[in-house]
Design a binder for this molecule. Structure first.
Ligand SMILES: *Cc1c(COP(=O)(O)O)cnc(C)c1O
Length: 465
């Protein structure tokens, strides 16, 4: 349970006047003048009123809020990682180049791709990079292909990225929670540049027809794009490269244990098959003899997509995480999938509806639409969970499920936590409608106006005036 303080803002705390310094104080600095002790107490209180993966269950579907081992933070703050300049001469940062070179090889091994760029700073940025690669490839081939096909279950960044790269987006409906092959075949033609697919998809369902899908796309001369933001389900078990994907992005800040939320920093490396390697952003890192070098030689490259070489600290954490886990990476996926199916069954037993019921991968989606009869919406249940000390799941996504609750327990939670969560969810189902609609009751901040919070966020104390 979160702590609760009646904590004023720093500028609301009455200052203790130190008269003798008044003459030399800079008057224009309009910040509170408080003793360190008070400032420390303030920030510790704020941190105690916060909720994170280190304090409790955080089943935010599609976000993979797994535990981030503290060793990774220590590695990322090492002098030779944290205090190097990207402008240093190659010869002075050989270890850093080696780390990036080896990370690229590891990601190739995990995904079955042939080459990676580590530059993109987020998943969406990776998608955009992948789409630019697709565009450059067809321009080079002299083919005019203007369409990108995307299922209606996709993450919203997919259509946005394709559109930003200059493509038209064609959305196809899902059938029983999967790609509808007939619908796909109906829209694929000589103008199709790519099909963007998430597998397992956002319902946590594995697209078992993936080889047939790949065939349809290949026969049309188009590219198959893999949204690998949530690789947590298949690491060490299956490879997008083996499924026929040509381009894929990963979210190191989800699957490979960099803390995220609040906007970064992240890393969304993009992998491609050999025939697309020359289109990757520059520089690439090559090993010449025993030396690592930046390579700017490709003429087909789409150019740079980041300043310098990407978010190096995030890369260092992913590299460490993969080395730490080694062959056990696959255990993480197995446990993530087991946890997700276990919790899904418990919630079904408690009375929740699982659309397209069947085995799931790392996450699952339930629908709370039955509760609408009582005037209760998914958001009310989400808010009520806060009273019981749980972070709510992702709500209202994917869009193809009404009143969706998208739940991703991750591999790091134990049975006791999952049981407790299921028990609380079961209890909420029978709670009074008014109680739910006015929740949360026990948190420092009560129900917020979600629309105002998104449209008119107050991000500094100045906005509060
Ligand atoms: C998180 C996510 C993305 C976007 O990643 P960002 O790093 O937030 O840009 C894309 N696709 C899927 C399926 C995701 O879960």
């Amino acid at each position: 349970m979160m702590a609760k303080y009646d904590e004023p803002l720093l500028n609301e705390i009455e200052e203790e006047k130190e008269e003798k310094f008044e003459e030399i104080e800079r008057k224009e600095l309009n910040i509170p003048n408080l003793p360190e002790r008070q400032v420390m107490k303030h920030f510790i209180h704020l941190s105690q009123m916060n909720y994170g993966v280190d304090t409790g269950f955080y089943p935010l579907g599609s976000c993979t809020m797994k535990y981030n081992p503290k060793l990774l933070q220590r590695i990322a703050s090492m002098e030779k990682i944290n205090f190097v300049s990207p402008l240093q001469d190659e010869s002075t940062v050989q270890g850093n180049l080696q780390l990036m070179y080896e990370l690229e090889k590891m990601l190739c091994e995990i995904t079955g791709m042939d080459a990676f760029t580590l530059q993109p700073a987020a998943g969406a940025h990776g998608e955009f990079t992948g789409m630019l690669i697709a565009r450059a490839y067809f321009e080079w081939k002299g083919e005019r292909r203007k369409n990108v096909i995307i299922p209606d279950s996709a993450h919203g960044t997919n259509p946005a990225s394709a559109r930003m790269a200059g493509f038209n987006v064609i959305e196809i409906p899902s059938k029983n929670g999967r790609v509808d092959l007939d619908a796909l075949e109906h829209v694929v033609d000589g103008e199709t540049a790519a099909f963007m697919l998430t597998n397992p998809n956002t319902l946590g369902i594995f697209e078992k027809d993936i080889l047939k899908i790949a065939k349809v796309i290949k026969e049309a001369g188009a590219l198959l794009y893999y949204d690998g933001a949530n690789l947590n389900a298949i690491m060490g078990k299956a490879k997008p490269g083996d499924m026929g994907f040509d381009i894929c992005h990963l979210n190191l800040h989800k699957t490979f244990a960099t803390p995220h939320g609040g906007g970064g920093p992240g890393a969304g490396p993009v992998g491609v098959k050999k025939f697309l390697e020359d289109f990757l952003p520059l520089p690439r890192i090559k090993k010449v003899g025993n030396e690592y070098k930046f390579d700017y030689s490709s003429k087909k490259s789409i150019g740079k997509v980041s300043m310098f070489y990407g978010n190096f600290a995030v890369l260092a954490k992913a590299y460490t995480y993969i080395l730490m886990k080694g062959k056990e990476l696959k255990n993480a996926s197995e446990k993530a999938v087991l946890n997700s199916n276990y919790l899904m069954e418990k919630l079904r037993k408690a009375g929740y509806d699982v659309p397209y019921y069947g085995r799931r991968m790392h996450e699952f989606v339930i629908s709370l639409s039955d509760l609408r009869k009582k005037g209760i919406r998914a958001i009310d249940v989400a808010k009520r969970l806060l009273d019981y000390g749980f972070h709510p799941p992702t709500v209202y996504f994917p869009l193809i499920v009404e009143e969706a609750f998208m739940i991703e327990p991750t591999e790091d939670e134990n049975k006791a936590t999952l049981d407790k969560f299921a028990e609380v969810m079961g209890k909420i189902l029978h709670e009074d409608a008014e109680l739910l609609k006015n929740s949360p009751h026990s948190t420092p901040v009560k129900r917020v106006n979600e629309v105002m919070a998104a449209k008119k966020p107050k991000l500094t104390w100045k906005d509060l005036k």
